[in-house]
Design a protein around this ligand. Sequence first.
Ligand code: DAH
Length: 428
Amino acid sequence: MFLRRIVRQARPFSSSRAVDAAMPSTSPATRPLIVAGVPLSADSNVPAAVADKVGRNLHLSRHHPLNIIKTIIEDHFREVERDAARVGQRAEFRFFDDMCPVVTTKACFDDLLTPKDHVSRSVSDTYYVCPGERQLVLRTHTSAHQNELMQAGHRSFLASGDVSRRDEIDSSHYPCFHQMEGVHVFDPEELPGGGGENASFDPTSPEAVLHCEEHLKRTLEGLVRKLFGEDCEMRWGVDDFPFTDPSFELEVFFRGDWLEVLGCGVVHREILQNCGLAHTNGWAFGLGLERLAMVLFQIPDIRLFWSEDPRFLEQFTDGEVKRFRPFSKYPPCYKDVSFWLPAEGGGGDGGPGFHENDLFEQIRAVGGDMVEAVEKIDEFIHPKTQRKSQAYRITWRHMSRTLTDAEVDKMQFEVRDRIGEELGCEVR
Ligand code: DAH
């Protein structure tokens, strides 16, 4: 891929509750058949654990770190709006934060000019709610709403929500996370050479594009200063997205590391044309809310955002960005599994055969949030048979208590069974 309502009540913490929250519901009887009001088709690849998360809308949950970050960003754009008004310009940003997470492949990919053969469209990377005729997916990015909102006449907006991707498993990747999309389309009068009777105005002139680019950069630099502090160091890099041209990324130097915070660019001509905006120009950006919140609050594990443990939730207050205090670190348990891949080999391009994301999903189906990380530790091809072997290390760790050996063994055995039965591999 290119670059993903808790009510805050003082609930008594009980470990049995925490076990339930961490355990995936895999039995068919409890499998939800509906995601965001849309029934899953029989051949959907959306697992119950993901269906449970979609629509939880952590970004709307008061006092939640994702909501705190989202609000700071929205406040920044309210200021941009006020600054524009002061110099007689228009930048009225509308905020959308409850758009349906189930979208068509047209909205998620085609309308954003994603190539037909791009891996992000494959069932190994994306959750299909209805793979057949209807081609409905869980949005993989909030960019999926760009076209529909512009076509509905919106010119300046932020759209936030959960996005879902079949992905690796580690402390910063979770199949469901939250993004925010921003778009600003100028009135032609605001662009160099635009407005009045100027018939030769060209919204794609180098001056007009540069104007968009500079406005975009200034706006986002202001946002980053608001989030990371006035003196923070940042740098721009060139990027490549199908839906913007030119495209950029913005990095911030924070606590000793360069951190990529967002992707952005000047909206692709074809998209503006398709939205009836050929006469003007504009910019767009997208960012991940967990990524920002993990850094700013120093939250070490992305699973924590989903925690209903008051020891997590009660640390945060609207409008305050402060350091998260870890309340516990229970011991991890590492287990390795190695296996021979099926004869047809790896489906690394999203094609048939073994694909890592399928493995990750089987492990999550067994262990839910008790899986902290899955890492490939070995790979080789047998010189005689040419069969490929891979080995993975699973880190099992519960966030609220210590796992017993028996529990981990049971899950590890179930993972081994699934690797054989569901993925067609031969466990060694
Ligand atoms: N959709 C991109 C992603 O998920 C992020 C992004 C990049 C959004 C550039 C944009 C943009 O609007 O212009 O990684």
